[in-house]
Design a protein around this ligand. Structure first.
Ligand code: DXP
Ligand SMILES: NCC(=O)COP(=O)(O)O
Length: 239
């Protein structure tokens, strides 16, 4: 089974635009789970423009499925947050502080030593670690040497090339997943996955365990409603 973790950043963005509590982020998280999501993902950023640090503490008390916190471990505040909340999984993403959205994976060769320390810091507390990486064999191989449990394949390139040729767009991901399996890593994926591109990815990337999806899923919910939308994504994943 490939798990669907719903990224609720965009729900927080909408709430923050008016300063109140509409939509109610915690209720949306509960409803995503009630509608079939197998996990909740958040990606707090230093400017707290969407998920706020206090949201993450509040979510800890109500998420009953898998809780995945994404972010940059260069930020002490992020590391402290994760260690305090102890989610099931932390996904380390090498974002700049002012980045609009994530746009690249780790260079696991250059930053291997640093990542080894960070991975250990979270694993020592019983938190599963995933590293956000581009679908490149040498990056996947070096990721394994950091001690991480999983990688998250950055799927923006797949999503943006999908229309030009699905097989070509998926090929690097299939290769990277095969490498991950060879070196003993679990496989997650995310970024710009949507109702159109998800099925092929899920069917062809071997060993895929989890996808985290936010932007497209929340946008689709405007048209189809949250419950229908989650069911549609689960269906693409073969559930
Ligand atoms: C790591 C990743 O690809 C996602 O977490 C993405 O960065 C979502 O964050 P935003 O919702 O801030 O774009
Ligand atoms: N890790 C990817 C994620 O959480 C959601 O990315 P997107 O679907 O908002 O592009």
């Amino acid at each position: 089974m490939i798990r669907l973790s719903v990224n609720i950043n965009k729900v927080a963005t909408l709430r923050n635009s008016r300063g109140g509590n509409n939509p109610d982020l915690l209720q949306v998280a509960k409803d995503c789970e009630r509608f079939g999501a197998q996990g909740i993902t958040v990606h707090p950023r230093p400017d707290e423009r969407h998920i706020r640090y206090d949201d993450v503490y509040a979510l800890k008390d109500i998420v009953t499925t898998e809780f995945n916190i994404e972010g940059n471990c260069d930020e002490k505040k992020f590391v402290d947050l994760v260690l305090a909340v102890k989610p099931h999984q932390v996904t380390l993403v090498p974002d700049a502080t002012d980045q609009l959205t994530s746009n690249h994976g780790w260079d696991t060769i250059t930053h291997k030593r640093y990542l080894q320390d960070m991975v250990k810091c979270f694993k020592d507390e019983g938190i599963r670690v995933s590293l956000f990486v581009d679908p490149l064999n040498d990056m996947v191989e070096a990721a394994a040497e950091t001690g991480t449990d999983r990688i998250e394949l950055y799927t923006e390139a797949y999503a943006s090339h999908y229309h030009q040729g699905i097989e070509l767009a998926a090929a690097p991901y299939i290769q990277a997943a095969e490498m991950a399996k060879k070196v003993g890593l679990g496989i997650n994926a995310g970024h710009d996955l949507d109702l159109k591109n998800l099925k092929y990815f899920a069917e062809h990337v071997p060993g895929l365990q989890e996808v985290s999806i936010g932007h497209a899923l929340i946008s689709d919910a405007l048209y189809f409603g949250l419950e229908n939308t989650i069911q549609m994504y689960l269906q693409r994943l073969g559930s």
